[in-house]
Design a protein around this ligand. Structure first.
Ligand SMILES: O=P(O)(O)OC[C@H]1O[C@H](O)[C@H](O)[C@@H](O)[C@@H]1O
Length: 435
């Protein structure tokens, strides 16, 4: 990926960062890079994720996936949540076309939606992909039990079509062993939101027939760019700029890919940014947007609202050829000389320029096309950017203790143990206005 931070400079935007401040920040980037490199070399928790391009065994994934797939596979139903769903969903949503098995993600426990999803599937030809690093996440385990029962009620042997990815121990590992299910390991030292380039993110892609090695090659190429200077490393340029802009008031980061197929990528990015950097009263709020769609809904705010945002565009250089047909309506004739891709590009450039003209900071991330190689590079690049930003903020990038509170409260409410957090739920302050 390439990154252009020109529109985040203070010569263009407010908030913005001056060239001189960037040069000073680069000294911190050099120190942070040394820390990151040392962490990678030692395989330390979290930093180990940046080694995945050279560590993930794609043969092992394919062998396991071959045990549950066949020529008639019509769908892969992934049961997982957060880091155990969003990386895989980003990959299959970006790469799947109409001929591939459908990739569906049960990452919510809304019973209406779950029932409707299961009702429309042909379970005989559906692969069930259960993913949980801890093997204990209530939503994932509950959904799995419901799906398993649905298979049984339909007379379909779920054990023949279920693949599990989980940690070394825990209930899910036990279950996989008891039923002799093909299973893969979540690699040591890799937090869920950094696991897209491991079995966690790659099983569904393998079922859909995507080139796992190309994904890893793209990531490895991005890894090669990690150096001690933000001026030489696109990922660090992005991580350092977002950090600097946040410190100068851009408290929100709107991730806005100009590709429908990358809409889920913005969701993945939101988890990466929020869970990794949101601690100690620090962190930049990620929001999800989509070009061109959100030009017609959110852009007004981004250009004329509070000066507390950075907009990150992701643009794709090569898109499918789709000419716009000629028309004899005079006012529309200009469209006939263009393609939908030309229109998309023009809309992106116009939006980028409109923000810059209003002095609103924005950053452009470019990828050549939406394919395995480029996507691997984008995912890796954003992870490295996030790790660098975490070093600059001085937070523990790889933990998410704040998420645990509500997990304990939920468990307590359901009678899964004694948790003080559950008692706090009953103490809610009310000021109700009823109809
Ligand atoms: O993979 P699991 O252990 O099931 O965890 C799934 C998700 O749940 C948690 O609540 C964490 O906040 C996420 O970081 C994690 O990715």
């Amino acid at each position: 990926m390439n990154v252009d931070i020109g529109n985040a400079l203070s010569a263009v935007a407010a908030p913005g960062i001056s060239r001189a401040a960037l040069e000073r920040l680069d000294e911190q980037v050099a120190t942070a890079h040394e820390r990151i490199e040392a962490g990678m070399e030692a395989g330390e928790h979290g930093y180990a994720a940046l080694n995945l391009p050279n560590r993930t065994d794609t043969d092992e994934i394919r062998v396991a996936v071959d045990r549950v797939t066949g020529p008639d596979t019509s769908a892969v139903l992934t049961v997982g949540i957060g880091g155990s769903a969003l990386g895989a969903a980003t990959i299959t949503d970006a790469l799947n076309d109409a001929d591939d098995p459908e990739a569906i993600y049960l990452d919510n426990v809304d019973p209406d939606w779950l029932s409707a999803t299961l009702d429309r599937l042909d379970l005989e030809t559906t692969v069930l992909n259960v993913v949980s690093r801890s093997g204990t996440t209530a939503e994932t385990l509950a959904n799995f039990l419901v799906v398993r029962e649905t298979f049984e009620e339909a007379g379909v042997d779920w054990t023949e079509r279920t693949i599990v990815t989980t940690g070394d121990g825990g209930p899910l590992r036990e279950l996989a062993e008891r039923h002799n299910l093909p299973s893969l390991a979540v690699p040591d030292g890799v937090p869920g939101r950094f696991s897209a380039l491991s079995a966690v993110g790659l099983v569904a892609a393998a079922v859909c027939g995507h080139d796992l090695d190309a994904l890893l090659r793209g990531a490895a190429a991005e890894a090669e760019t990690l150096t001690g200077s933000l001026f030489e490393c696109p990922a660090y340029a992005y991580g350092a700029t977002t950090y600097a802009l946040d410190a100068r008031g851009a408290r929100t980061n709107a991730m806005m890919p100009y590709a429908e197929s990358l809409e889920t990528y913005a969701e993945w990015f939101a988890q990466l940014w929020a869970e990794s950097l949101g601690k100690d009263d620090l962190g930049q709020t990620p929001v999800r947007a989509l070009g061109v769609t959100d030009q017609h809904s959110q852009l007004q705010l981004y250009r004329a609202g509070p000066r507390d945002k950075l907009v990150t565009f992701v643009t794709v250089q090569e898109t499918a050829a789709r000419p716009i047909p000629d028309t004899d309506v005079d006012d529309l004739s200009y469209l006939g000389d263009a393609s939908l891709g030309d229109l998309l590009d023009a809309e992106f450039e116009a939006t980028e320029a409109s923000l810059a003209a209003a002095g609103r900071p924005n950053v452009r991330i470019e990828i050549d096309r939406v394919d395995e190689f480029e996507l691997g590079g984008l995912l890796y690049g954003m992870e490295a950017a996030c790790v660098l930003a975490g070093e600059l903020y001085g937070v523990n990038t790889f933990e998410q203790p704040a998420v645990e509170w509500a997990k304990k409260a939920t468990r307590g409410l359901l009678g899964g143990g004694e948790f003080a957090e559950a008692e706090a739920v009953a103490e809610k302050t009310e000021l109700r206005v009823e109809r």
